[in-house]
Design a binder for this molecule. Structure first.
Ligand code: 5MM
Length: 332
């Protein structure tokens, strides 16, 4: 088994998921400011240390995705983040894309950038302790989008990133996110997500990416936020799994993003997925659905670090319990 396959298997190990704490400096600063916390590098560090050191986090969290800033920071005791979480039994990961930027030729659409110099950056991140990486492509549903051009450009970039990661011995989390903005029904989201995944599979194959050494991080198939009726967990699970069935059996695993769902809805949908027998585990790689309650509980008060950690642990435990139902609930 290659190193990437071994790491990927650990990332999606039974009962565990991934914590996405890789907000860019701009996004994290805004979230801190919205919570009444001064958006300084030190406060971003304190917040990420609060998350990473929540007692017992590794019971249900296999890995944490950090951003460049955090990977270069240390815990309060001087231990670098990567070494610190490794000692806690958690795999350190790094977001390596440089963001979704306007795509030339396609007004209103984006292509995620970060390929220039990527092999050298991956080598440095490996030196800093990262064993997996993440790259997110973003697709918005409107009457005209996503276009075939945007789908192809982003799928190609995701595949080039994935191939570069595997050459560096780093597992790529491959994240094609179809946003839930819009008034479409979940059938439209299914069709767009299917088209995006098909393009992605084709590009991954052309670049000889080993599916057993990647983790797919897709959106759940949902209605648009403005649609008016929320699909039930059973409906979300059925339609999401129907899309994922196109992926070969050797894919290491699927770890969903939460995509702006409430923490409770994301967990309920994840739990409903477990009723389906699939060749790959279906787990979580949530950002907001795990950390929003923690940020609200802490809101920068040093006296409330423990309260913030408890809020995180509550969501982590709920999602860990959900994915531990795999095997017990499977009926299809
Ligand atoms: C944690 O946020 C990640 C990075 O966001 P920016 O680069 O835009 O600041 C983001 O990619 C995240 O990992 C995924 O979207 C999943 O997060 P959610 O909140 O959708 O589960």
């Amino acid at each position: 088994m290659t190193k990437c396959r071994q790491t990927a298997a650990r990332m999606v190990a039974y009962g565990k998921g991934i914590l996405a704490a890789d907000e860019s400096v701009a996004t994290m600063s805004k979230r801190l400011a919205d919570a009444g916390v001064e958006p300084t590098a030190e406060n971003r560090r304190i917040y990420r240390e609060l998350l990473a050191t929540a007692p017992g986090l590794s019971e249900s969290v296999s890995g944490i995705i950090f951003c460049d800033e955090t990977l270069r920071q240390t815990f309060s005791d001087g231990t670098p983040f990567a070494a610190g979480v490794s000692e806690l039994g958690i795999l350190p990961g790094i977001k390596v894309d440089t963001g979704a930027k306007p795509c030339p030729g396609l007004p209103g659409e984006t292509v995620t950038e970060g390929l220039d110099g990527l092999p050298a950056r991956l080598a440095e991140y490996a030196e800093l302790g990262a064993v997996f990486a993440k790259w997110r492509a973003v697709f918005k549903i409107t009457a005209e989008t996503p276009s075939r051009g945007a789908i192809r450009a982003n799928a190609n970039a995701l595949a080039r990133y994935a191939a570069a990661c595997q050459e560096a011995g780093i597992v790529p989390i491959v994240e094609p996110e179809v946003l839930s903005d819009g008034e479409h029904n979940r059938g439209v989201c299914r069709d767009v997500t299917s088209e995006v995944h098909a393009a992605l599979r084709a590009e991954l194959a052309l670049l000889n990416v080993d599916l057993a050494g990647i983790v797919l991080k897709p959106n759940m198939v949902l209605e648009g936020q403005g649609y008016g009726r929320e699909s039930s967990p059973a409906e979300v699970a059925e339609i999401t799994v129907s899309v994922l069935r196109a992926w070969p059996d050797d894919l290491a695993g699927v770890a969903f993003l939460s995509g702006g769902q409430s923490p409770e809805r994301a967990t309920a949908n994840l739990e409903a997925m477990q009723t389906y027998a699939t060749p790959w585990p279906l787990t979580f790689s949530f950002g907001r659905a795990l950390v929003s309650p923690a940020l609200a509980a802490w809101h920068g008060d040093p006296e409330l670090v423990s309260a913030g950690q408890q809020a995180l642990l509550e969501r982590v435990a709920a999602n860990g319990a959900a994915v531990r139902q795999r095997g017990e609930l499977q009926s299809v």
